[in-house]
Every structure is written in C-alpha cells, then in structure tokens.
Design a protein around this ligand. Sequence first.
Ligand SMILES: C[S@@+](CC[C@H](N)C(=O)[O-])C[C@H]1O[C@@H](n2cnc3c(N)ncnc32)[C@H](O)[C@@H]1O
Length: 307
Amino acid sequence: MDSLTEAFRALGDPTRLRILRLIVEARLNVSEVVSLVGVAQSSVSHHLTRLKALDLIREERHGGFTYYSLAIDEKAALWPLIKLARGAPDTLGDKARLTELLRRREDVQTLNEKLLEPGQSWRLWSAALASLLPPLEVVDFGCGTGVLTVELARWARRVTAIDRSESALTKARAEAARQGLKNITFLAADLEQLPLPSSSVDLVVVSQSLHHVSSIEAVLGEGARLLKVGGRMVVLELLPHDETWVRARLGHQHLGLDPVTVEKAMRAVGLDAEQTVPAARDATSPFKAFLLTGTRTRKTHAKLRSA
Ligand SMILES: C[S@@+](CC[C@H](N)C(=O)[O-])C[C@H]1O[C@@H](n2cnc3c(N)ncnc32)[C@H](O)[C@@H]1O
C-alpha cells in the first residue's frame, strides 16, 4: 500500500504524469521524450529516474540509444496508476505529437527498406555475388550504351561488348573510360553473324536485345557457338506485352517474347536451357521481364561442329 501511495504522490507532478502516459503508449528514448513534452533534458532524465525507481518503467539499450518502456502489466498492484495516466486529459497535445513521432519512425523504417530494394542496392548485391565468380571471358550481346557492360567488367577478366549501333557504342565507350575500365573490347557487328572465334567464351549475356532481332535462333546460335564447353548463356527478356508503340519508336521486332519460345530456341541451338525466372516486377510498368539460363554441353559442342 505504501508503494501505491508513494507512486500516486510521485505522479502528482504533471510533467511526470505526461511522461508516463507517453511511455505507456510507446517505447521512447530521452531525446524523444524531450521533444514531446518540451522540457529540458536534465528535467526529463530526473522524471525518468523517479519512474524507474517506482518500477513503473524499465530501461533498455537498442541501436545505441537507451529506451524506456512500461515495466508492469495489468496484474500489477500499480496498474491503477497506468489507468489514471491514460485517462488524464491531454491538454497539451502530447498524443498528437506522439502519433507524428511514430509516423516519422515508420518512414525511417520504410526508407531503410526502400534503400535495400533492388534498384537501390542491386549494384552492391550483384557485386557481392559476382565476387564469388572466377574471372570469366564474357560477351555482352547488344550492349547498347553499356549500362550492363560496365557492371560485367568490374568482375570479368574481359568483356567483349557488341552492338550494331555506332552511336550506342560511342556512349558505351565514353562510360567505360569515365569509370576507368580497361578490360572491355567494343565491337560493331551484327549479332546474327559475329567475327569471333568459336569455343572462346565463358559467359554470353543477352539482355533485352532479342526483341530487336529478326532471327532469335540465329543470335542464340552465335552465342552457343562462342561458348566453351560448360560455358553459360544468360538471357534477360521482356515478357509479351501490348505496347505497340515500341515498334516504331524503339525499333522492337517483337512485343516481348514468350519464355517457352526462347527456351525452345535455346534447345534448338543445342543449349541445355535450365531455368526461367520472372524478374522483379515494377507494378507501374507495362513491361515485365524474365531470365533464362542455358549451358553449352559436350553434346552442343559436337552438334555445332558437325553443322
Ligand atoms: C534495349 S538495348 C539493350 C541494352 C543492354 N543490353 C541492356 O540490357 O541494358 C538493345 C541493343 O541491341 C542492339 N541490337 C539489336 N539488334 C542487334 C543486332 N542484330 N546486332 C547487334 N546489335 C543489335 C541495339 O542496337 C540496342 O543497342
């Protein structure tokens, strides 16, 4: 009973009652309490010490801060005090400020998660995965302005970046030079017929270029020819879509491609097609992508030789 009386007396201080009422609603650190009740930090610390001494609140460390939270539950003898604190009139707008503070906390959480999403940290993620690879001979089919080429060049032994567009290659060369990448060979050529030796490459990357070409099989066939036995092909393509404007405006030959068709074409040129994975979707875009991988096996090797 004594402790209850003492506690009631302690909560006779209006600031202390406000602080307890806030901590009942949310776990808070000292600076947050200061910003909510608008009194000096030394005074807030004093009130917190008193509440802690009454075993009403507890202290815990989290992320470099000390947080205060409610230490009792409904079964505790002091619970009537909590009810009293909750029921006290909020004449200074503490609850509204607390709601705003919690909303801002939520935003920080959302922001953190956004920063970790592909598109923000995907470069770091791909670099981490790529660091596990041995240095590979890579060919980038339809490199365009070289966005992907420069990423490949960070971990590849050498990248041969091919495009038929001289203006795209000029931009890609400039980007590679700006980034100080010296292991890229740029080549102006048609993907259907490449002036490169057979069985010389570990990885062929065909990212978003198949929808531009008239013969998918001819391009995939060239990719298969360049691969060493055990070499891999990665195709990143658009799924079928209805955006007809891309034909005239961007020169697309196909309105996306059916993964099954591409997989069949890969098999037709002798690659073991392995896996089709839908790529991450941006709900606001009409374009969705998929990823398909294939391997040149000994069988492919024999088939291409006899052809
Ligand atoms: C959409 S861009 C892809 C760029 C890059 N690979 C990427 O994923 O960001 C397609 C590129 O393929 C090139 N391209 C299309 N058909 C080609 C062909 N038959 N031979 C060489 N390049 C071709 C185009 O010039 C264009 O730069």
